[in-house]
Ligand binder design. Structure first.
Ligand code: HEM
Length: 533
């Protein structure tokens, strides 16, 4: 190479390097300037790293195994009631902020960065577009109305009966103690499956309540945190053929079978929505199609097509949203009731008196009138993390004032339910399980702060079903069984935040189970008025 061509080659390389570095550095510089000088969130305090990258949160979600909610508590202690927890995210710890963010008139929408992680893009739960939500909700809601719950109450009762029978048959004090957590998870899983799909998998009848479907669901939960920060995980989940997943991750086999089962059901119902052959009652899919075909949905609003994907996504979400949320409420409730002899005594007395003949099922409508049972359930909802994660919303056009702070349009804002439930200004001595707090003359003022089901236009659609199952499960357990804990029910417990809770096994003191347990010995309750010759 002569010297002229060498010079021109080297200056070409220098130019290329210059252009490449400029192309890389300029956007970085622009990002730095924006974050340091122009980002309107700059005035909100928070950890430096969180202002720069959402991987700050990822560290706690993934590396600290569902530890984000715990970190949020520390952050609020350090920085006060509003913390900038990400480049575009604020988290609040102020009851007024909760009211502002989740009010029914709020124009905030669900944050796609959070809800986009669920591999069910077509469900109501994951919808962020308000037009689609208002078209979809009237189709989903009737199946979970109070009237429908009362109509299908027997299907819930029959699972509760099986739960009680299994506990009595296999876990009396001479037998192995029951894992109450697994028992209740199986029950709520069966209830939602039978209620929605009119067929039971009967996991509650499995020996020791051990079944691979629940184990499979546990395997999936940490993937929620991964998918939240790395969308590729969701793409992999969605695009891996059903037959390949169990080969790659054997413990996922049963979760995949469940998804396939829902898809098969959808296909059958779509082929003939008038036929109920093979189902014990009309399923949620029949109900959705009835609504859609009567013109209330796509036909009128033309927002969305009636597809197999839509129905399958709704089905998958109902099962996810409607099982562990209820069981964690019951398991935490049972734990606290068993830990306090006075609470247990009052609850049992009320149930014995209101329901003298326990061989005849007590209806939901009777149980919901019992003040102490109701107070126990409210306290269980307050202290149990049914949904643990902060439910992120995007501030609408023009920005908004949240708890006195102006927050610009497009900001992601949230306040996790537990920050309301554990606020000492609302609930005195908030860590204590005290049903009596709901029975005072001024208790009505507390009701608006019970936010376990969320608030506003995107609050829980399964609330009626949830209340019914909570009454039937808690009522039947404490009316029919004498439970003796064989583990320390007063010890603290940790719930990892994977949107829904995953109880930490060590803290609940158990040995070999996959998830936290309250181990109990079970006895049939002796009748107080039993006459013995
Ligand atoms: C104790 C039990 C339950 C608790 C604590 C609970 C809690 C919640 C909460 C906090 C939300 C709001 C989530 C958000 O903003 O992203 C929610 C939404 C939802 N829940 Fe529940 N839930 C329970 C039971 C159920 C049941 C039994 C179903 C029945 C299928 C259900 C179905 C749903 C659905 C579909 C949504 C989404 C609603 C929407 O996006 O508009 N939940 N639930």
């Amino acid at each position: 190479m002569d010297s002229t061509s060498w010079l021109s080659a080297s200056s070409f390389h220098a130019n290329t390097i210059l252009v490449a570095s400029t192309c890389t550095l300029l956007p970085c510089l622009a990002y730095v300037i924006f974050q340091r000088l122009l980002n309107p969130l700059i005035r909100f305090p928070g950890p430096t790293l969180a202002k720069w990258t959402s991987y700050y949160m990822a560290y706690y979600d993934i590396w600290k195994g569902g530890g984000w909610i715990e970190q949020l508590q520390e952050l609020h202690q350090l920085y006060g009631p509003v913390v900038r927890v990400g480049p575009n995210q604020l988290h609040f710890n102020d009851p007024q902020a909760y009211a502002d963010i989740y009010s029914s008139t709020s124009k905030f929408t669900k944050d796609p960065d959070l809800y986009g992680l669920f591999p069910a893009d077509d469900s109501l739960f994951t919808q962020t577009d308000p037009r689609k939500v208002s078209a979809r909700k009237p189709l989903v809601a009737p199946f979970f109305s109070r009237q429908m719950v009362l109509t299908l109450e027997e299907t819930i009762q029959s699972t509760v009966d099986t739960l009680i029978r299994q506990l009595l048959k296999n876990h009396s004090s001479s037998q192995a103690p029951a894992n109450l957590n697994l028992a209740l998870r199986s029950a709520t899983f069966d209830i939602i499956t039978t209620y929605c799909f009119a067929k039971s998998i009967n996991t509650v009848s499995y020996p020791n309540f051990h079944n691979d479907i629940l184990v499979s669901m546990d395997t999936m939960l940490p993937a929620i945190s991964l998918a939240k920060h790395f969308r590729i995980v969701k793409l992999i989940i969605l695009n891996t053929p059903h037959w390949l997943t169990p080969i790659l991750v054997p413990s996922m086999k049963h979760a995949v079978d469940q998804l396939k089962d829902v898809e098969d059901m959808v296909e059958r119902v779509m082929k003939d929505s008038n036929s109920e052959t093979g189902f014990s009652h009309r399923t949620v899919f029949h109900s959705l199609l009835d609504g859609a075909q009567s013109g209330g949905y796509g036909a009128r609003r033309k927002t969305h097509a009636i597809t197999k994907r839509w129905l399958a996504d709704e089905g998958a979400i109902f099962r996810f949203a409607g099982s562990d949320t209820g069981s964690s409420t019951c398991v935490i409730g049972c734990r606290y009731v068993l830990a306090d002899g006075e609470v247990l005594g009052k609850l049992v007395k009320e149930l014995d008196e209101a329901w003298p003949d326990k061989s005849v099922p007590a209806r939901f409508e009777l149980l919901e009138k019992l003040p102490y049972l109701t107070a126990v359930i409210k306290e269980s909802l307050r202290l149990s993390p049914g949904v643990t994660s902060p439910l992120a919303r995007i501030v609408g056009a023009g920005g908004a004032t949240i708890a006195g702070h102006f927050v610009p349009e497009g900001t992601s804002v949230a306040m996790a339910n537990s920050f309301v439930h554990l606020n000492p200004d609302i609930f005195a001595d908030p860590g204590r399980f005290k049903p009596e707090r709901w029975l005072q003359p001024d208790s009505i003022s507390l009701e608006k702060h019970l936010v376990a089901f969320g608030k506003g236009s995107r609050s829980c659609i399964g609330t009626n079903l949830a209340w019914c199952e909570l009454y039937l499960i808690m009522g039947n357990i404490f009316r029919k069984l004498d439970l003796t804990p064989t583990t320390d029910v007063r010890s603290p417990y940790r719930a990892r935040d994977y949107f829904v809770p995953l109880f930490d096994e060590d803290i609940l003191h158990h040995d070999s189970d996959s998830r936290g347990a309250v181990k109990i010995d079970v006895m049939a309750k002796k009748e107080r008025f039993e006459f013995v010759n």
